[in-house]
Design a protein around this ligand. Structure first.
Ligand SMILES: [Zn+2]
Length: 447
């Protein structure tokens, strides 16, 4: 039985899905105004690994992760670049797809975008006003946190703690609010900003509302798992819960999962420290699979310390596992021994996706394989376990090797050594390579 550390209850709980063998999960995605940084990548890799383990266990996973494409940062970056907010976000969505593909992250079931959910967002906000949970103030719409049950329970805070913290605030927005803690569901348009028509005048949604709307529209009023970085517990996820449960009267998510931070050389990563690394830049020098392996093999809730040595170690370890995977097969293997590795892997991973322990099992198993235990059943099991960590296997035959064999075949034919030429052709065919004799020479394709 998979156990999940649930941030809401601060305890390890048995995972029981709403629908047998199905997991509906919603993971907060990036604001697409720049290339993703290593912290975004950590979150994406952590939840992709969790998804892959659910799939390894036989679950069907509906994996939804949004793109925030309406936001102050996007408006600012688009103005600076002299392009529209849509052009800017399109560019960084494409970059996100490319970077995450290199990290071996499976495409989400859906990546909803805010601009495609404007009608649903307006309808959701209208319902909150009708139900008395929200109010209009000079074209803005605010959610009344005082009406929310257990507000900020997720972040282990009380309304009283938060009120003390907010008591000194003085600014124009705070003046419009009934309570400084109330948060914006809708923001009236400012001069020159992108906006949409609404019953409260032209404006755009606040940040938190998009996830409540897209999660419930796509996955229903109650979802199995909602996740994201630990920095999202408050205010983002706290506010998502408040507005979703106010609207539907139902529990928004049954399990809340949060991944830990990334430190660089033991320091918190930040733009001001100059250690803020984009994945796009990092992939110029570090192999995507190595980076993936490094990120995936740390337990997702623990902080990660990113160092050059850690990347080097990941490279060495990944190479060992991949070399083990490509070993030639041996005679039949003791199935009971294989089962002990499968069981140990499951015990490790069922314990809140403890990939650090899971990968230890893989190394023990690799050692056993290297001592001559590698039949078809072992290879199949080993490969499935490696895939949980996002390790993929390149075509066994490299292009260079194919070209070399084709040259040898051409030389054999020129020497009228047809037996050798035919043998090479058959060898290539066995590897799925088809040869085509054309006027320009020999062409080849993979079947
Ligand atoms: Zn979100």
């Amino acid at each position: 039985m998979i156990k999940i550390y649930d941030t809401m209850t601060r305890s390890l709980r048995d995972f029981v899905p709403l629908t047998e063998n199905v997991v509906n999960m919603y993971i907060c995605g990036p604001t697409v105004y720049n290339y993703i940084h290593i912290g975004n990548a950590r979150s994406a890799v952590a939840f992709d690994t969790i998804r892959r383990y659910f799939e390894y266990c036989g679950y069907t996973v509906n994996y939804i992760s949004n793109f925030t494409d309406v936001d102050d940062k996007i408006i600012k970056a688009a103005n600076e670049a002299g392009i529209s907010t849509k052009e800017l976000s399109d560019k960084f969505i494409t970059a996100f797809m490319e970077d995450t593909a290199q990290l071996g992250i499976k495409p989400a079931t859906q990546n909803p975008r805010v601009i495609n959910y404007m009608d649903e967002i307006i309808a959701f906000v209208s319902t909150l006003i009708d139900k008395g949970f929200a109010y209009v103030a000079e074209g803005d719409v605010y959610f009344q946190v005082a009406k929310s049950k257990n507000y900020a329970k997720l972040a282990n805070k009380t309304l009283e703690d938060l009120e003390i913290g907010a008591s000194g605030r003085t600014d124009a927005e705070t003046d419009r609010k009934e309570n400084p803690l109330d948060f914006a569901l809708w923001k009236a348009a400012k001069e020159g900003e992108i906006s949409w028509e609404s019953p409260w005048g032209p404006g755009r949604p606040g940040w938190h509302i998009e996830c409540s709307v897209m999660a419930t529209e796509i996955l229903g009023n109650t979802i199995d798992i909602h996740g994201g970085g630990a920095d999202l517990e408050f205010p983002h996820h706290t506010n998502e819960i408040a507005q979703s449960e106010a609207k539907t009267g139902k529990t928004f998510a049954n399990y809340w999962m949060h991944n830990g931070f990334v430190n660089v050389d033991n320091e918190k990563m930040s733009k001001s420290l100059g250690n803020f690394v984009t994945v796009h830049d990092m992939l110029k020098t570090v192999d995507g699979q190595v980076l993936r392996f490094f990120l995936a093999t740390q337990q997702y809730r623990k902080p990660i310390n990113f160092t050059e040595k850690a990347i080097h170690d990941a490279e060495v370890n990944l190479k060992y596992l991949k070399n083990t995977h490509s070993l030639p097969l041996t005679d039949q293997v003791n199935q009971d021994e294989l089962q002990t590795y499968l069981d140990a892997f499951q015990v490790a991973m069922d314990d809140d996706f403890n990939t650090a322990n899971g990968v230890t099992v893989l190394f023990d198993m690799a050692k056993w394989i290297n001592s001559g235990n590698y039949d078809e059943t072992v290879k199949d099991a080993f490969e499935k376990m490696l895939q949980v960590f996002g390790i993929v296997f390149e075509e066994e035959v490299l292009d260079e090797d194919i070209e070399k064999l084709i040259e040898e075949r051409q030389a054999a034919r020129a020497n009228k050594d047809f037996a050798t030429a035919d043998r090479i052709r058959d060898e290539l065919a066995a590897q799925g390579i088809k040869l085509l004799d054309t006027r320009e020479g020999v062409r080849w394709t993979r079947d």
